[in-house]
Design a protein. Structure first.
Length: 278
């Protein structure tokens, strides 16, 4: 195994005792109390038990102490295996570029989470730390590829009380839905919790894990019985709403990350293109 002195002067792969690796408290934006992250670490542990640690952890030295900057999930999984009695004497590590600064390390978190990308709250925490370091929102948008509006929306999440943030981190409602409901009730926490709780219950009764805006009871009516015209615009709106509801029901919408994606079947796509005369 390599010495710490060697690791600080050469940029190569080394194998060192995982018990020597340290993690700075609250440095990682990932919330390890989040049930999905706990499950992710357990899944990693199973994989590592079978295949070992294949991707080196990235570390930097501070006063001869190696701190992990990329790979905390892997390290937690290794330590979980050690607690279970698995004999792991060393893990592969790589020293980071000696010219790297704190902002570089933060962006390493953002771009290196291919195993489990950050959720909205986790991204918001990372962006807030960059703002505290003197960055502007437009700088963050340019660096991450997010729109300026998306960066602003994510930062707004940090204003939410923890009880409302949990609806997002636990996957019971999307970030945008929680924010909109909070604003609708003039930031009254009790009213917001009540409405979101009711929406989640409605979703669960229909076999869905995540609430949608229509579950709040505020969903706009369609042409029938709503007093609205049933012209082409309303027809298109109804069709798009049906597509979204179908995708949610079949779990083909992913709004757990920083960009919402929806998968459509070829038939649905063709029908949509016909509706908009594309």
């Amino acid at each position: 195994m390599a010495s710490l002195k060697e690791m600080g002067t050469r940029k190569e792969f080394y194998h060192i005792d995982p018990r020597m690796l340290q993690i700075k408290a609250e440095w990682n934006s990932r919330d390890f109390s989040d049930p999905s992250n706990i499950a992710h670490v357990k899944d990693l542990a199973e994989s590592i038990a079978e295949n070992g640690v294949r991707e080196p952890l990235k570390v930097y030295l501070e006063n001869d102490v190696p701190y992990v900057t990329n790979g905390e999930c892997r390290l937690r999984a290794v330590m979980l295996l050690i607690e279970r009695g698995v004999d792991i004497k060393a893990v592969p590590v790589m020293a980071e570029d000696r010219l790297a600064n704190e902002a570089d390390r933060l962006f390493t978190q953002f771009i290196s989470n291919s195993g489990k990308p950050f959720g909205p709250i986790e991204n918001a925490k990372l962006f807030k730390r960059l703002l505290d370091m003197g960055w502007q929102q437009q700088d963050i948008a340019k660096k991450t590829g997010f729109s300026g509006g998306r960066v602003s929306q994510l930062l707004e999440l940090l204003r939410l009380p923890i009880i409302l943030q949990k609806f997002i981190t636990e996957g019971r409602a999307s970030a945008s839905m929680v924010l909109q409901t909070f604003k609708k009730h003039n930031e009254d926490v009790a009213l917001t919790v009540a409405e979101l709780t009711g929406a989640v219950a409605t979703a669960e009764a229909q076999g869905r894990k995540r609430a949608m805006p229509k579950d709040t009871g505020d969903g706009e009516g369609s042409g029938e019985g709503s007093g609205k015209s049933s012209g082409p615009k309303n027809s298109l709106k109804k069709h798009l709403k049906a597509l979204v509801e179908k995708a949610y029901a079949e779990e083909r919408i992913d709004d757990t990350e920083s960009m919402v994606t929806m998968s459509l079947s070829e038939g649905d796509w063709a029908e949509l293109m016909e509706m908009i005369d594309y």
